[in-house]
Design a protein around this ligand. Structure first.
Ligand SMILES: NC(=O)c1ccc[n+]([C@@H]2O[C@H](COP(=O)([O-])OP(=O)(O)OC[C@H]3O[C@@H](n4cnc5c(N)ncnc54)[C@H](O)[C@@H]3O)[C@@H](O)[C@H]2O)c1
Length: 297
């Protein structure tokens, strides 16, 4: 059964970490009924806090009417039951850990549990939809739908694999606009889509400069921010992404990423430093040094 945009009402987000929380909120803001699913119920409080803080940020920017806060948050439900999660869902966005085995298991599970009409999308940063399409049991309905920051950077990548049916990609392009995202259609499967492919080069250079003792975290970020007039540098970006997610990506690109840096990331993760989500990474949060108005002076 081919779905059209108006058929999509119930959306399921798999994984309620850094990105899942944002994806769920974005769908709720656009009027969808959203179910949030995770294996770990302990992640729900921080995901809810992140959504509330994002609504406050949007209200401050006059992009959201704060009187609608309750209405938006009430359209989001939370569950650790895969059976309940999959019921009557029209579209799934999978935002679980960036690990092939974890994602394969999730797609095998939801391929069996979901209604036959459900469209499957993955938010993977560097893996390919063809790695999971068969495991999901419905390769024709499987496509990468990859968000970035969502609220500060509103770009979404749509990357089919060779077996994705055309109507699915067309529907996702139309859905992007409803979600107030700029659709970037990626013609051929490629790890990291377009922006992430470029970004990994920058992050790897920053990591090599740090690992080789050429500059400190702050010096490298200052150099980037001062030259490009942006509010965040490579290490601030890694903190925002999450150092565990960055580590998964770096491990997968082991040949291309500085080994000393992979070990440093591992050490930081073992010390509980995951970036913004744990309050400590290359910087301390909620008030990291690079946000200080005098950082570049
Ligand atoms: N962090 C970013 O900035 C960013 C940006 C774009 C895309 N992504 C992608 O989104 C995905 C998630 O990244 P993240 O940074 O939010 O990770 P995260 O570590 O913050 O969250 C992952 C969540 O997945 C859950 N999870 C793990 N196994 C599960 C399972 N079997 N079933 C259900 N939930 C499970 C974990 O409990 C955790 O809450 C990754 O594929 C990542 O590449 C991340």
């Amino acid at each position: 059964m081919v779905l059209s945009l108006k058929d999509i009402r119930n959306v399921l987000v798999l994984g309620c970490g850094t990105l899942g929380a944002r994806v769920g909120l974005r769908f709720a803001l656009s009027g969808f009924q959203v179910k949030m699913y995770d294996i770990d119920k302990d992640i729900f409080p921080s995901a809810k806090t992140s959504q509330t803080q994002l609504l406050q940020y949007l209200a401050k920017k006059k992009l959201f009417n704060p009187q609608k806060t309750e209405e938006v948050l009430n359209s989001i439900t939370w569950t650790t039951s895969p059976q309940l999660a999959a019921q009557e869902v029209h579209l799934i966005n999978e935002s679980v850990t960036e690990d092939v085995e974890v994602k394969l298991k999730v797609w095998e599970q939801f391929g069996v549990l979901s209604p036959a009409y459900t469209i499957f999308t993955t938010n993977t940063s560097f893996l390919l939809p063809s790695m999971f399409a068969e495991a999901s049991g419905r390769p024709g309905r499987f496509c990468a739908f990859h968000f970035h920051d969502i609220f500060h950077a509103n770009v979404v990548d749509i990357m089919p694999h060779a077996g994705t049916e055309k109507w699915v990609t067309e529907l996702l392009v139309a859905l992007s606009t409803v979600l107030e995202q700029v659709p970037v259609y990626v013609e051929k499967e490629s790890p990291g889509y377009i922006f992430n492919s470029m970004l990994i080069g920058v992050l790897n250079s920053a990591c090599t400069l740090l690992a080789d003792g050429i500059g400190s975290v702050e010096t490298i970020d200052k150099s980037w921010m001062g030259n490009l007039k942006t509010g965040i540098g490579p290490f601030g970006m890694m903190d925002a992404i999450g150092l565990d997610t960055a580590w998964h990506v770096a491990k997968r690109h082991e040949g291309r990423v500085n080994k000393k840096f992979i070990s440093l990331l591992r050490q930081m993760i073992d010390d509980g430093k995951l970036g913004v989500k744990s309050g400590q990474g290359f910087y301390s949060y909620p008030n990291p040094r690079f946000k200080d108005p005098n950082f570049l002076s």
